[in-house]
Structure formats: structure tokens, C-alpha cells
Design a protein around this ligand. Structure first.
Ligand code: SAM
Length: 271
């Protein structure tokens, strides 16, 4: 098994570990957002429309340019551009923003010309302008450790125009759940490839691990296994943090679909 340097020391457990053991020397283990994993993420991103629908509905009520935080390869950026808005897409990973730039290059200038990709850390950025809406979708707030989140809240506040809104999604875990929870679904990518998506979360734990493995690996040759460990930030905790950072949460909308855990969309205003 090959291991990308970012993953050295990351133990896989349960079904994900069994699957990697079964692949033996073929397995190439990488992070879901590094050079090898980014295409896997991009392949499966965009196959769940519910969050996009909710965000577009909210954005239609909010005039002005949009800041898409942790934009990745642009799953949300492109629908936002489709609304006719100017969009700044902020992303930390060079590999992900590279994919976004490639996708933009293939779009008409009328659309491409309204998008500004920026490589930056969402917990510490200064763009020198303000936005009608700042969006942090895909429950990506949970990628930030607790000590980095005050920086995010401060930066967003500094970039919101008067009357602007911070639209942020997070996961609504079941506080009554107990034990270790391992789930597996088959996820079909835009390429037609099918992946086993294995998610592991222990009740009360502050992280969950998601691993993507091709459902039908070739008999020989390398097989990319992309994994990532994501923080779990329950909605009630996020609301408390936002309020402490000087925001008022104006609405909480459940996002249908999205697999085992429910996601919610919060709309917050800086006071
Ligand atoms: C779950 S993906 C979401 C991407 C995109 N919004 C989507 O819906 O497909 C999370 C993204 O956050 C990026 N990311 C992680 N930490 C970040 C940070 N501190 N600042 C900016 N982007 C970050 C990752 O590189 C990844 O592209």
C-alpha cells in the first residue's frame, strides 16, 4: 500500500481498513483533498442537489456579490454564477482551486469573467471588499478546528455588506445516538464510476471519517482510496459560537437528503 505523506499516521479502521487490506499492494491511500484525492471528490461532488437548491433560494433574496468560502472545485460556485452574480471563490487547496480554474477556463467568458478564484485560508483572509452574502456550504465549517473558528467568524463579519448574510451549513447529529456507527452507501460519480462511501462516527465524538473506495476496482494496477477526517460541529454548538461572535441567527432550515445525518442551513446576520 502506498501512503501519501499527509496521511502518515492516519489509522483506518473497520470496513475501510478491511477494504484497503483486501486491495493489498494496489491500494494508494490519499487525502480526499490532495492531488490524488481531489478528482475523486470532484467526481462525487454535485450529485446531491438539495443544499444547492436551498442556498440558491436564500441568495435570490440577497442582492450583491457572493463570497463562496472553501469553494473546492466549484460545486456551489457555478450555480451561484448561474444566478448572474459576481462570485469570489476562496479555497485553500492548490489542487482543488486548480480544478476550479480548469473548469472556469472551459466556460464562456461572460460567466468566467464574473468569477475570481482566490487561494486563502477561510479563517484568516482580507479581500478588501464586502459581499451581500458569504456562503460556507457542504458543512465545511467542520473542517476548521475549534481554535480557528473565531478567525472565520471575524473575517466573515469584516466582509459582509450592511444587511448581508452569512449562509452556513452544518450537520445535525442525533444527540441520543450511542455506540460506534459505521455506515456504507454506494455513491455514483458524475463519471459513472461507483464508490463505496464508508462513514465512521462514534456517538459524541468530535470527528467522523469518510473513505471513498472504488466499488469495482480493477484486477491490477493502483486503486485510489481517498479518506478524510472531518470535525462534527452540531448545529446548536455552531449557533452558540455565532452568537458569541456577535451574530444573530435569523433562520435555521433543514436540508433534505444528504445521507445518514441531516444537514441544516443557518442564515446569520452580523449585529
Ligand atoms: C467538502 S469540500 C467543499 C467544496 C465545495 N464547497 C463543494 O461544495 O464541493 C471542502 C473544501 O474546503 C477546503 N478547505 C479546507 N480547509 C480550508 C480552509 N482553512 N480555508 C479554505 N478552504 C479550506 C478543502 O480544500 C475543500 O476543497
Amino acid at each position: 500500500m502506498l501512503l501519501s505523506p499527509a496521511l502518515a499516521g492516519t489509522p483506518l479502521t473497520g470496513r475501510a481498513a478491511e477494504a484497503v487490506a483486501g486491495l493489498g499492494e494496489q491500494a494508494v491511500l490519499c487525502d480526499l483533498y490532495d492531488e490524488a484525492g481531489a478528482p475523486v471528490y470532484h467526481d462525487i461532488a454535485g450529485t446531491t442537489p438539495h443544499e444547492v437548491r436551498e442556498l440558491l433560494a436564500a441568495l435570490r433574496r440577497l442582492p450583491g456579490p457572493v463570497l463562496d468560502l472553501a469553494a473546492g472545485s466549484g460545486r456551489l460556485t457555478f450555480p451561484f454564477l448561474g444566478l448572474g452574480r459576481e462570485v469570489t471563490a476562496l479555497e485553500l487547496s492548490e489542487d482543488m482551486i486548480g480544478l476550479l480554474r480548469e473548469r472556469l477556463a472551459a466556460t464562456p467568458p461572460s460567466l468566467r469573467g464574473r468569477c475570481t478564484p482566490v487561494r486563502a485560508d477561510m479563517s484568516d483572509f482580507a479581500l478588501g471588499r464586502r459581499f451581500g452574502a458569504v456562503v460556507l456550504g457542504t458543512t465545511s465549517v467542520s473542517l476548521l478546528p475549534p481554535e480557528a473558528r473565531p478567525g472565520l467568524y471575524r473575517c466573515v463579519r469584516e466582509h459582509l455588506a450592511p444587511g448581508g448574510r452569512f449562509l452556513i451549513t452544518t450537520v445535525e447529529v442525533d444527540p441520543a445516538a450511542d455506540g460506534t456507527d459505521e455506515s456504507e452507501i454506494l455513491a455514483e460519480g458524475q463519471s459513472g464510476r461507483t464508490y463505496r462511501m464508508i462513514e465512521q462516527w462514534s456517538a459524541g465524538a468530535t470527528t467522523r471519517t469518510v473513505t471513498m473506495i472504488p466499488a469495482e476496482p480493477p484486477a491490477e494496477g493502483p486503486v485510489t482510496v481517498a479518506t478524510t477526517t472531518i470535525g462534527v460541529l452540531p448545529a446548536q454548538r455552531l449557533i452558540a459560537e455565532l452568537e458569541q461572535a456577535g451574530y444573530a441567527v435569523r433562520s435555521l432550515t433543514p436540508v433534505p437528503g444528504g445521507g445518514r445525518h441531516h444537514d441544516v442551513l443557518l442564515e446569520a446576520e452580523a449585529l
